[in-house]
Design a protein around this ligand. Structure first.
Ligand code: DX5
Ligand code: ZN
Length: 213
């Protein structure tokens, strides 16, 4: 199981220190939430801060776009060279084209599904994706409660991926903590994103270890 702390719940007054701490404490990726105030009712950070985060991080970045104009934001963040760049299926008319665009930058493309979105929407492009990110809360804010039906969705996606013999990774984001990590693992998740659970813990290391176990 890979663990990706979401810096949305970090202390932005000492962001570099926070990022170094989770990297030293054994996380695998650093999850960065980019929100534009349109696709979701919240506004976060742009390329200047994400570039600073990339400098502080010894682990690859996992950028989660929650924006209306995917093409614009992909072009904006590609020079930072994250490992993953993910966009929401609900906001994209031409996801297949965007996947190729992300790959052309040497970045791994990923698609995000909101809790209501059907797996059918990515069925025919799954083989093009390095990762599929299933939201287990409504995007926009940290600290929300895990939506239990996400477990079924993870199981179903696991079957789709394994059935087709693909290597696409399954990432889950929202309300992840030590209580649901095991269920998520059993359902077939590969990467767990956690914001408030990790950054709200007195020991980031214990929190990361508990998600992995
Ligand atoms: C929500 C973001 C998440 C968020 C998760 O829109 O995509 O990455 O930071 O926060 P927690 O783990 O607190 O639910
Ligand atoms: Zn996220």
């Amino acid at each position: 199981m890979l663990v990706a702390p979401s810096i949305l719940s970090a202390n932005f007054g000492k962001l570099d220190e926070e990022i170094r701490a989770v990297c030293d404490d054994g996380c695998d990726l650093v999850h960065v939430d980019v929100m534009d105030g349109h696709f979701v009712p919240n506004l976060t950070i742009g390329p200047v801060v994400v570039q600073a985060a990339a400098h502080a991080s010894s682990k690859p970045l996992d950028i989660h776009l929650m924006v209306e104009n995917n093409t614009f934001f992909i072009e904006l963040f590609a020079p930072i060279k994250p490992k993953y760049l993910s966009f929401h299926i609900e906001e994209e008319r031409h996801p297949h084209r965007l996947i190729q665009k992300i790959r052309s930058y040497g970045i791994s493309p990923a698609i995000v599904l909101n809790p209501h979105s059907s797996l059918k929407t990515i069925e025919y492009i799954l083989e093009e994706l390095d990762m599929a990110l299933l939201m287990s809360v409504n995007p926009g804010f940290g600290g929300q409660s895990f939506i239990r039906s996400s477990l079924k969705k993870v199981e179903k996606l696991r079957k789709m991926i394994d059935g087709a013999g693909l290597k696409t990774l399954i990432e889950v984001d929202g309300g992840v903590n030590s209580e649901n990590a095991r269920d998520l693992k059993n359902a077939g998740a590969d990467i767990l994103v956690a914001g408030s659970y990790i950054f709200g813990s007195s020991s980031y290391k214990n929190a990361i270890d508990s998600l992995r176990a």
